[in-house]
Design a binder for this molecule. Structure first.
Ligand code: AMP
Ligand code: GLY
Length: 424
């Protein structure tokens, strides 16, 4: 089988490595891929958002199955267009992708169908939003409506901060068109859990739970990033919480999308907060998380491509989705300055890391000498599995310490909070 993967980061690298384990896969093409993915797939330099380019490529180079991994091509209707060509795909169509692409859509869905989430108001008029934050409870969370690379959310502890966040999104265009509408919502407290789940619109089969570390600095300080590291499983996701999530959140969400006429097929990502009143949804994503995928897929026992085909064919009920009992840790190595300004083109020395861990490439490229260089904010994910979390973390950091480039940054405390919960 010839497989197409749209995207070019660590998540796509992990998906490709897992898909390759299926013996029927003869060829994988990745658009655009990166320097690491090039070792596992043929990379073709087409942007994931260039939907016309992707459609044109597939017309000239037929594929048997396509996996559309990132949020923006999904929101732009990449799956709809590939379906028009008769190509089977893993990923939701544009209507279903709104569950991530519009926070207003997601919040209204949850309100209408009684799915637990933070109380909220949405605004299209900056003046009304500014009036609202003059009297709202504090802390309060201001969110740009559209896609903003995980950076459109501001947690505000004072009214001045809230007013500044509204102004930045709605008046100064800090997130482009994504910020022309905002959701202002109640601040929730409790540990966060990420759950990725396969769904074919009928049944939901969750993957092993995980924990992201979104802030750039140790101890969860500094600005939000796309994710600086992950562990799986998440110790806060107890069997009791899992059961409540299935009953109160996962199944109702899939039913709600059906009722709205936009059945969701693909990987539905539930960003959850386990509050004292039970689990609540912080956000939905319409795709695999990055870097959650890099800890979840290495623990997956079942064949990924078989499950993806079952999702597209609506036969997930008959397809087992099983995970190992062990644990995994992914430490992200990033460019100095990220998530703000950073330099690219730094030569990467991997040392012996490749023998000690699975290295998933996020933002890498080659310079004119053919050397591996940095090409993005998040550069490499260093991932290890083990029987227990402590060992997985130690192994990942030992491998991460092999890698060097000028200005490299990493968090030193990935998994620390989870270990604290396990030993409490
Ligand atoms: P999001 O992009 O919606 O996942 O938000 C990014 C991060 O902001 C989340 O992972 C949370 O840590 C935090 N966050 C978002 N919404 C809330 C909320 N209502 N209460 C507390 N923290 C939140
Ligand atoms: N790691 C968070 C996300 O993929 O949205």
């Amino acid at each position: 089988m010839k497989i197409l993967v749209v995207g070019g980061g660590g998540r796509e690298h992990a998906i490709i490595k897992k898909i390759k384990q299926n013996p029927e896969v003869t060829e994988i093409v990745c658009l655009p891929g990166n320097a690491g993915i090039a070792a596992d797939a043929e990379c073709v330099n087409l942007k994931a958002t260039d939907i016309d380019g992707i459609v044109g490529y597939v017309k000239g180079h037929p594929v048997d199955f396509a996996v559309v991994a990132p949020d923006d091509p999904l929101a732009l209707g990449c799956v709809d267009r590939l379906h028009e060509l008769g190509v089977k795909c893993f990923g939701p169509d544009a209507k279903a992708a709104r569950i991530e692409a519009s926070k207003v859509f997601a919040k209204n869905l949850m309100k209408k169908y009684g799915i637990p989430t933070a109380a909220y108001e949405s605004f299209e008029d900056a003046r009304k939003a500014l009036d609202y934050v003059k009297n709202c409870p504090l802390p309060i969370v201001v969110k740009a409506d559209g896609l903003a690379l995980g950076k459109g959310v501001t947690i505000c502890f004072t009214r001045d901060e809230a007013a500044a966040a509204v102004k930045a999104a709605m008046l100064d265009g800090a997130f482009g068109a994504s910020g022309s509408r905002v959701v202002i919502e109640e601040y929730l407290e409790g540990p966060e859990v990420s759950v990725l789940a396969f769904t074919d619109g009928h049944v939901v089969k969750p993957m092993v739970s995980s924990m992201d570390h979104k802030r750039v600095g140790d101890g969860d300080v500094g600005p939000n990033t796309g994710g600086m590291g992950t562990i799986a499983p998440n110790p806060c996701y107890t069997p009791e919480v899992a059961e409540r999530c299935m009953r109160e959140i996962f199944l109702p969400t899939v039913a709600a999308m059906n009722a709205e006429g936009c059945p969701f097929r693909g990987c539905l990502y539930f960003g959850l907060m386990v509050t004292k009143d039970g689990p609540k949804v912080i956000e939905y994503n319409c795709r695999f998380g990055d870097p959650e995928t890099q800890v979840v897929l290495p623990l997956m026992k079942s064949d990924l491509l078989t499950v993806m085909l079952a999702v597209e064919n609506g036969t997930l009920a008959d397809t087992p989705v099983e995970f190992e009992d062990g644990a995994a840790c992914c430490v992200m190595l990033a460019s100095g300055g990220y998530p703000g300004k950073y330099e690219k083109g730094k030569v990467i020395d991997l040392g012996r890391a490749g023998d000690m861990a699975e290295i998933y490439h996020s933002g890498t490229g080659r310079n004119e000498k053919g050397e591996l260089v940095t090409a993005g904010g998040r550069v490499l994910g260093v991932c290890c599995t083990a029987d227990d979390l402590q060992t997985a973390i130690e192994k990942a950091y030992r491998a991460a310490d092999e890698v060097k480039w000028d200005g490299m940054i990493l968090r030193r405390d990935i998994g620390k909070r989870a270990l604290g919960i396990l030993t409490d």
